[in-house]
Design a protein around this ligand. Sequence first.
Ligand code: NI
Length: 177
Amino acid sequence: MAIKPVLRMGDARLWQVAKPVIHFDTQQLHELVLDMRDTMQDMNGAGLAAPQIGVGLRVVIFGVQHNSRYPDAEAVPETVLVNPFITSLGDALEEDWEGCLSVPGLRGLVPRFAHIRYQGLDEYGALIDRTASGFHARVVQHECDHLDGILYPMRIQDMTKFGYNEELFPDQEMQDE
Ligand code: NI
């Protein structure tokens, strides 16, 4: 389909609460997913939410293949998740670094639930119901936050742990998420 421009922090559309999808397996929804996939791949992202391309619907995509450049990053299944619902499994939180295609060039240390269950539908209306931990759980929580108008900098607790990739990680080649 098409690579779309990704909205950046400051654009008011990123603060909106997105609306649920009502009709599944429609041409409109399939085109949205294709646009999101093209855009995410073009920017080398781990995930993308529909509001990031200016569409106020509760649709996220994510997926990470195992990459030798990031041997510690576990693979995350390629997923289209519509109208997601997240439940934390236990109270345990984990802090780790996050980036975002809407906040390019920056990283922040963000607490997230270590273990979650997430439920929703795919673009055909089939149920998705999974448990996830670690990086997988983090990606899902980050993307679903976008649907409620939340960007990761709003969750940073220690603002000294927020900055430019080159300053925080001078020896690493970083990608935005
Ligand atoms: Ni993001």
